[in-house]
Design a protein around this ligand. Structure first.
Ligand code: MN
Ligand code: MN
Length: 462
């Protein structure tokens, strides 16, 4: 045996899909047209749930009814408080043998309005915000923003806000200093380039004019315009969830159009691929439980996040329907915690271990553990589970790779995996490598998006 043959037999490298399977470039591009549409349609968790319900209904799913039983191949969905959703295709095996869970999150970092957000200062009307999730605050200034959300009026009527998305809508913006006057600001640490209380959004600059001298006439004008558009008053902001997100639409990036650029790809890229794989799964052996959850970006807290009982309760219903012990179902189940990972960025290579990083165009990334400082806060998947998931993907010809979230002690992060693990379910992270994660404009490779969809299909099939 030559050294080269020996090398081929004994060593391993993940291939570039563009080299190994160039025919996938076109398939991936086609698949991502629907993905971009989903990104534009769902810029908040509520909007994603709405989009998902629409897609599921069209595919024959009906609202989940725990009072009945389902036949293999039947499809149902369950909505949790308009901000999280579970979809199921019933399998031919009893759920006692375990279900296939796939959990992605549909919340993304953004600027939320404070409960009393409106003020006027020096003839400009502004909104105060409190950022949601991990953002690099300086990235969010001078970016056109759109207003999304809901408000409950005193009468109980719900108003949906969506302003800044249509071509003739106005947008909103956080300001930053000009370079000519930023000498002092330049001395700040990057993390304080824009501070939390400086993330103020400009909403107007024309005053309401009449004969009397009015206090805060610019704020009044902004309120008047909001009232005309939505019938709301200032106190309604206390009964609201208003989120400001980048107004930019999803688009192709690069001369070869190989990448999707968009806000919110963490983690709507896994949400979309999971949803499509769920819909395309027709007669599985094991019952599927596709979860699009909320609140991952703030630690999965709250009753729409994975650190609540809603998924546990749903699986318990599945068990009770067939008269099985839920504990047995949990113990026999497998879950993909489907979330993005940091793609190796050649411009900032020092924070990565090149041998243990995920790369764009090498497929979906299997992440054995996340966490920080010695895997702390992570659910470290077992060798047995790694073997099982890798075998499923290999069997279906999926391009996949492994990856850690950056070099040891360079930072770290978490996903829903540990909350799934706490239900006594085998769980591992799998998702898409992302460049500029959590920025107003993130990048993902279309080939990776496509192979993540294929991985989810393989997971539901095997
Ligand atoms: Mn994520
Ligand atoms: Mn994230």
């Amino acid at each position: 045996m030559t050294g080269k043959e020996l090398q081929e037999e004994l060593t391993w490298e993940f291939p570039h899909i563009g080299k190994k399977a160039p025919q996938q470039v076109e398939q991936a591009a086609k698949f991502c047209e629907g993905y971009k549409q989903f990104l534009n349609q769902g810029k908040t968790e509520r909007e994603c749930v709405k989009a998902a319900v629409e897609m599921l209904k069209k595919a024959g799913y009906t609202p989940f009814d725990e009072g009945r039983t389902y036949q293999p191949g039947e499809k149902a969905y369950y909505v949790n408080r308009e901000k999280a959703i579970i979809a199921t295709t019933f399998g031919s095996h009893p759920v006692r043998e375990g279900v296939r869970l796939n959990g992605a999150h549909i919340d993304s970092p953004r600027l939320d309005l404070k409960p009393n957000p409106m003020y006027e200062k020096d003839d400009i009307a502004l909104f105060k915000t409190h950022y949601y999730g991990g953002i690099r605050k300086y990235q969010w200034a001078t970016v056109p923003l759109a207003m999304h959300g809901v408000m409950i009026k005193k009468s109980g009527e719900m108003v949906e806000l969506n302003l800044g998305e249509n071509p003739d809508d106005p947008v909103f913006c956080v300001t930053d200093l000009l370079p000519h006057l930023s000498a002092e600001q330049n001395e700040r640490k990057l993390k304080d380039g824009i501070k939390g209380e400086e993330l103020n959004i400009v909403i107007g600059s024309i005053p309401y004019v009449d004969d009397e001298k009015l206090k805060e006439p610019v704020k009044l004008m902004a309120l008047k315009l909001l009232n005309e558009r939505y019938g709301i008053t200032e106190s309604d902001f206390m009964r609201a969830e208003i989120e400001f997100v980048p107004a930019q639409k999803a688009c192709d990036v690069g001369l070869d159009r190989s990448l999707v650029g968009s806000y919110g790809q963490d983690d709507r890229v896994c949400a979309y691929t999971a949803l499509m794989a769920e819909i395309d799964t027709k007669a599985p052996d094991y019952t599927t439980v596709t979860i699009l959850t909320d609140k991952e970006e703030i630690g999965s807290e709250g009753n729409t996040g994975l650190n609540s009982n809603y998924v546990r309760d749903y699986v318990t219903y599945l068990a009770e329907m067939e008269g099985s012990n839920p504990k047995e179902v949990f113990r026999n189940s497998i879950c993909l915690s489907s979330d993005v990972n940091a793609a190796f960025d050649p411009t900032f290579s020092s924070v990565y271990d090149p041998r243990n990083s995920s790369y764009i165009n090498k497929g979906c990334v299997l992440t054995k553990y996340t966490g920080a400082r010695g895997k702390s806060g992570s659910s470290d998947a077992s060798a047995e589970l790694m073997a099982k998931v890798i075998a499923m993907m290999d069997k279906e010809g999926v391009y996949w790779q492994i990856g850690e979230l950056g070099a040891v002690d360079a930072g770290g992060g978490g996903t829903i995996a540990k909350f799934v693990a706490s239900m006594n379910i085998d769980v591992v992270d799998l998702g898409v490598p992302i460049l500029s994660m959590h920025a107003p404009f993130e990048l993902a490779s279309k080939l990776d998006v496509w192979n993540t969809y294929l991985a989810f299909k393989a997971f539901y099939k095997n």
